[in-house]
Every structure is written in structure tokens, then in C-alpha cells.
Write a protein that binds this ligand. Structure first.
Ligand code: ASP
Length: 439
């Protein structure tokens, strides 16, 4: 068995956290490929090393004295090194970093040092080999990940070692300069490494025991999700649930490698399995509920709209021309509604209204603001009758007025539109009916 284990910033924020990580890695021989993030927050209000690096580099770019800031960053690492009782010194590494900052080596280079240095410490602590991600993970000229080149080089390099540490978050461009993924990108590195070594499992260790059915800020102590499919996860994360970087799915999904989200602070918990497909029923009909506030609905009416060919296209063209993406377009016989993000739409609202009038000649256009969308997701809904009915009655009981309901053709999700102010009550009502009452 081969396991890739990625540890997030909070799992590596201090020597104490490093020790937990060490115990986890040593507990299983199969945990052979370790991908660390940069040290994260040690306590509420603390600053992540990545953010310290961005800030320090900004000072360097401004021509300010950045030495004090760099010293503070070094102190974070030295605290870990001494806490672990290692012999390691990062003095020469920090000298190089200082010189490169002076030469304005770039923001990406600066941010990547967080993972790079943590990788050096981790390799020393575990007694594993260290591979600099810049030498094995590649981006194309246009900034997108170069899958072919990475697979070839990374696969060959990893084959030379039994146990390795490879820092997350960055790689290099064709000219050799360092480039990072977007924030939270160490998840992607872990997935790429898992793909390259044909791992059996990609374990992603964080500070929660996997995914919860619903945001714990809305429902106190909600139940966890044991198993979720890639597609369900995509629906939920799109709607605001976050634990894993969205782009981390792609490389492992192609290889059919399952991801196991685990908690460094509670390694005995099984966490959540993210899989391609499963015959395991979730405990409840639904797998998860997620949602976002801040949508606008543009309601368009026109007599005989149903028989007018091209009406929808004309309307959507106006949104496209204004650079606004739409979320949902439920339609009736003579009505069509376009859901958009309020903040994207607000500044352009009158242009859009004029545009629709000009192009599609509707009878009326009515804008409704401050709406929320809630996604109820679950592979179990496909084979269960009456899910939508149950949602409706739960919402009616909670006195929540449903503005829109849209069931995806996959029967994997039902999207409900409500007023912003009803958002929490609606989620609670849905959670209660499916999870608490288990109807
Ligand atoms: N350290 C980087 C960040 O804070 C990448 C990561 O943690 O995944 O975004």
C-alpha cells in the first residue's frame, strides 16, 4: 500500500503539532509520501507564515527595510526546530531568501518559502528524503498546471526514494521561476503526488474530522459525513462548504484514488472518505446542505414567451455582454428568472435592464434583491420519493417562503431560493427533517 499524507497549516503550526504529525506518519509504514503546508495559526488571532511572507515581500518590493519581518518569520521556524530538538539550522536558507527578496524574486517565490522551509524541517524530523517541488511540479507558460511534464518527472524522481517529503503549494514555470497554486494549494500538490505514485489513498490531514453535513456556524455540532462522492462534494463546495481546495479533486479523480479527510488532533476519528462512486448508502437521505446569501433574481415576463424561439438566448446574451455569470435560470410559461450574484450585478443593473429591453423586448422586468440559495445534496435522493415534498413541508412549517426550487437533472441536488433573512431558519428546518427526525 502507498499512502500520500498531506498536512495543513494548523497541523504544522508549532513543534507540538509537528509531534502529532510525526506520530501519525510513523504509525503506518504505508505513509511514505508527506506533503506539508506552511505553519498556520497557533491560536486565534495568530498570523499564518504564508501571510507573513506576503507582507514581508511587499515591504521588500516597496524598498522598505524588511529584515525585521523576515526575522519574525525565522523565529517561527526556529521555535519549531528547537521544540523538536533538531540540530538543523536554516541560517543559510534565510540568507538566500533575503538576497532573493532584495532582487525582487517575486511574490510567488516569497509565498512558496513557507512550504519549502517546513518541508526541510519535516524531512529532517522524520528522516525522510526532501524533494524541492520546484524541480518536479511544473506549470505551463500560461500558468496552468503541466500535467504531462509533472507526471513524467515527478514519477521518476519519486521512484528513486522510499520515503519522501515534498512541500505543497508550488512548482515552477518553464523558465524555472517559482509559481504557486492559488491559496490553500497544498491540497493540490498532495493530489498530484498521489496521482504520480499511483497511491492507494490520499490522506488529507486538517483540524476537523472531515466534512459535516452542514456548516457548524449555522447548526451546533452537526453530524459528520462518512462518505461523499466527488460529484456531491463539488455541489457542496460550490455552494460554500470548504475543507479541501476544489482543484485538488481532479488529479486523484482521474486515477480513482479515494481521499480521506482526517483530523490531526483526533487521529482516531475515521474522517470523511471522498470517492468516485459507492454503494454505501449515507445514513440519511441527504449527504449535505450548503448555501450562500447575496443573490439577486431578475424576473422577466413576456406574453407568449413560451413560443418565442431565441428569447432565452437573447436575455442571457445581455448578461454575458456585461460579464455577469448566472447561477440558475428557472422558467415558467411566460416568465424567466435569472439568478445572479448581487455584488457582481449591482453596478451593472441598469445596463442589464436596458439591454434586455432592447434585445428581448419583454413586457416587464422586476428585480428582487437579498436572496439566498440553498443546495440540498445527496446521492440518496435519486432513489427516494418525496424528497422535494419533505423539504417543502419542512420549510412551510418553519414559515419560510420558497422563492425558487430547482432540481438538477442528475437528481443529486435540489436548489432552493429563499430570502436572505430566512437562510438560517431554512437550513435548520431541512437539517431537522432529514437528520434529527430522520424522515
Ligand atoms: N500555505 C498556503 C496558504 O496559506 C497553501 C496551503 O496552506 O495550502 O494558502
Amino acid at each position: 500500500m502507498k499512502k500520500v499524507v498531506k498536512f495543513g497549516g494548523s497541523s504544522l503550526a508549532s513543534a507540538q503539532q509537528f509531534k502529532k504529525v510525526g506520530d501519525i506518519v510513523r504509525a503506518e509504514e504505508d505513509r511514505r509520501y508527506v506533503v506539508p503546508s506552511a505553519p498556520g495559526k497557533r491560536f486565534n488571532g495568530d498570523t499564518k507564515v504564508t501571510d507573513m511572507l506576503y507582507d514581508c515581500y511587499a515591504s521588500a518590493e516597496e524598498g522598505e527595510d524588511f529584515k525585521g519581518k523576515l526575522k519574525n518569520i525565522k523565529a517561527r521556524y526556529d521555535e519549531i526546530i528547537s521544540g523538536l530538538g533538531l540540530e538543523l539550522s536554516l541560517d543559510s536558507e534565510f540568507k538566500t531568501i533575503e538576497e532573493n527578496f532584495k532582487k525582487h524574486a517575486g511574490e510567488n517565490y516569497a509565498a512558496s518559502r513557507g512550504e519549502y522551509l517546513n518541508g526541510i524541517i519535516m524531512a529532517d524530523y522524520l528522516g525522510f528524503a526532501f524533494i524541492d517541488a520546484a524541480k518536479v511540479i511544473f506549470f505551463k507558460e500560461d500558468g496552468t498546471w503541466d500535467e504531462e511534464r509533472t507526471k513524467a518527472v515527478l514519477g521518476a524522481e519519486l521512484a528513486k526514494h522510499d520515503k519522501v517529503v515534498i512541500p505543497g503549494f508550488y512548482g515552477s514555470l518553464p523558465d524555472g521561476t517559482v509559481k504557486t497554486f492559488s491559496r490553500g494549494g497544498s491540497d493540490i500538490t498532495g493530489s498530484i503526488v498521489a496521482q504520480a505514485v499511483h497511491a492507494d489513498v490520499y490522506e488529507n490531514w486538517t483540524d476537523v474530522s472531515g466534512f459535516l453535513i452542514v456548516d457548524p456556524r449555522i447548526i451546533k455540532d452537526p453530524v459528520g459525513i462518512d462518505t461523499i462522492t466527488y460529484r456531491e462534494l463539488r455541489e457542496l463546495s460550490y455552494m460554500g462548504a470548504t475543507v479541501l481546495h476544489e482543484d485538488a479533486i481532479f488529479p486523484v479523480r482521474k486515477e480513482g484514488i479515494p481521499i480521506n479527510i482526517r483530523n490531526t488532533n483526533a487521529p482516531e476519528d475515521n474522517g470523511t472518505w471522498i470517492v468516485e462512486s459507492t454503494c454505501q448508502k449515507s445514513k440519511y437521505i441527504i449527504t449535505g446542505i450548503a448555501g450562500k446569501k447575496g443573490f439577486c433574481a431578475i424576473n422577466i415576463e413576456k406574453d407568449m414567451m413560451n413560443s418565442e424561439i431565441g428569447f432565452g438566448r437573447k436575455v442571457l446574451n445581455v448578461f454575458e455582454d456585461n460579464g455577469i455569470s448566472f447561477e440558475h435560470v428557472p422558467s415558467g410559461i411566460d416568465t424567466m428568472t435569472v439568478f445572479v450574484h448581487q455584488d457582481e450585478f449591482m453596478d451593472k443593473e441598469q445596463q442589464v435592464v436596458t439591454g434586455i429591453h432592447r434585445l428581448a423586448k419583454p413586457d416587464t422586468i422586476d428585480i428582487e434583491a437579498d436572496l439566498a440559495l440553498i443546495a440540498v445534496v445527496g446521492r440518496g435522493m435519486k432513489s427516494t420519493r418525496g424528497t422535494a415534498g419533505r423539504i417543502f413541508s419542512a420549510l412551510a412549517h418553519a414559515k419560510v417562503n420558497v422563492k425558487m426550487i430547482d432540481q438538477g437533472s442528475s437528481e443529486l441536488n435540489i436548489i432552493i431560493g429563499v430570502k436572505n433573512e430566512d437562510f438560517e431558519a431554512a437550513i435548520e428546518a431541512i437539517y431537522n427533517i432529514f437528520v434529527v427526525a430522520r424522515i
